[in-house]
Design a protein around this ligand. Structure first.
Ligand code: AMP
Ligand code: MG
Length: 364
């Protein structure tokens, strides 16, 4: 299949180009499109065959349901029962990087809900996404645009690497604004299932009630009986083994200073930590300043993708403060590293001492 790449201005989307992309959706095809969180891979949510193609293109397990994106509250209400008492707040906050789990109120393809009687609804705050959904005339089922288990695309170039020849069209509207997937909240129990750019603090303010946040949402543990089925699968992982380091750059430097040769690993973290480590000859991937966690979030997936191109034995990733969007950052980092963490210096020293490699530095 030939994949058409359509460049569309993110602020003032061209009507003709939008209609062209929407045509693929209406005809049962797949379109990768931008949202304010990450790129999504979309199909007509009412067309089971089209939705099945999403699973095939991503290599996604069939028991992992899809998020349905809509262009209005009315369209959302045709599909799901939004609790009466939450409507006022939702009217005020939509569109935004927030996905609601609600009871489904019409029959949806099994592919969309994975057989659950609930549905995940989101109205993306991105002009191109909204215009595309409107032009398609149907809700668009759209999980994140990544191959299953791999870091998500936050730009069209990465989406093309994953999906060239597997989707009908990729809309290129430049980099995503947030760089991490939407926050998912179960509106029936008011529980956050996945943290994202819409923070716990913002949820509390918008709804006047603090949501429940379990260990699963923090990415602290995996579950077999999934609250949100996607949370039980390996996610966002580079091929290179990744380890979290529970300490600061100075502590890591102390360990490195005891080793004669430059170790064959790459450090992924804040620009400040990378600067310190780079001066001693370590390879680094700087995600942005530690003073702006939104910058770190925006660059995280690109950083994880870059690790594999560095051909090092392993990566070491910094642990960030879990306030605000930091909770979502750490959720993704815990998953990307399969929960591998150094609690003491001995384990890290053992790995670092393995083999020397030339130094490489990158800034995103
Ligand atoms: P993705 O957009 O690829 O990040 O995947 C969508 C996420 O939404 C996955 O983690 C799904 O498990 C979750 N999800 C979709 N529908 C539901 C639902 N009805 N109940 C709980 N989680 C859901
Ligand atoms: Mg995903």
């Amino acid at each position: 299949m030939e994949t058409k790449v359509l460049k569309i201005d993110p602020i003032r989307p061209d009507n003709l180009a939008i209609r062209e992309a929407a045509g693929y959706i209406a005809n049962g095809g797949l379109v990768v499109f931008p949202t304010e969180t990450v790129y999504g891979i979309g199909a007509d949510a009412f067309n089971p065959e089209a939705c099945r193609k999403i699973f095939k293109a991503k290599g996604r397990p069939s028991d992992n349901p899809l998020i349905v994106t809509v262009a209005s509250l009315e369209q959302a209400q045709e599909i799901g029962k939004i609790p009466e008492e939450r409507l006022r707040a939702i009217r005020r906050m939509w569109p935004c990087p927030l996905t609601f789990i609600v009871d489904a109120n019409r029959e949806l393809p099994r592919e969309v809900t994975a057989g659950l009687n609930t549905v995940a609804l989101r109205m993306p705050a991105h002009p191109v996404a909204l215009e595309l959904i409107k032009a398609a005339g149907v809700p668009i089922a759209a999980p994140s645009a990544n191959l299953s288990k791999k870091p998500t695309s936050t730009n069209a170039q990465q989406a093309l690497r994953y999906f060239d020849g597997k989707v009908d069209c990729i809309v290129d509207s430049g980099p995503s604004f947030f760089g991490l997937e939407s926050t998912i909240i179960d509106l029936r129990t008011f529980t956050v299932l996945r943290p994202g750019p819409f923070t716990i603090e913002e949820l509390e303010k918008a709804f006047g009630e603090r949501p429940k946040v379990g260990d699963v949402a923090k990415g602290m543990r995996e579950v077999d009986i999934a609250l949100s089925p996607g949370t039980k699968y390996k996610h966002y992982a580079p091929d290179t083994p990744l380890f979290m380091f529970d300490g600061n750059a100075d502590e890591l430097l102390d360990i490195i200073s005891e080793i004669d040769e430059i170790p064959e690993f790459v450090f992924v973290g804040s620009a400040e930590s990378c600067k310190k480590l780079s001066e001693t000859g370590c390879s680094t991937i700087a995600l942005g300043t530690s003073k702006d966690l939104y910058e770190i979030a925006k660059n995280l997936y690109d950083g994880l993708i870059l690790i594999d191109s560095m051909k090092v034995k392993f990566g070491v990733v910094e642990i960030f403060n879990e306030e605000g969007i930091g909770l979502a950052i750490m959720n993704r980092i815990r998953k990307a590293s399969s929960h591998n963490e150094f609690k003491d210096t001995e384990g890290l020293r053992g790995l670092i001492a393995e083999a020397p490699k030339p130094k490489q530095d990158s800034t995103i």
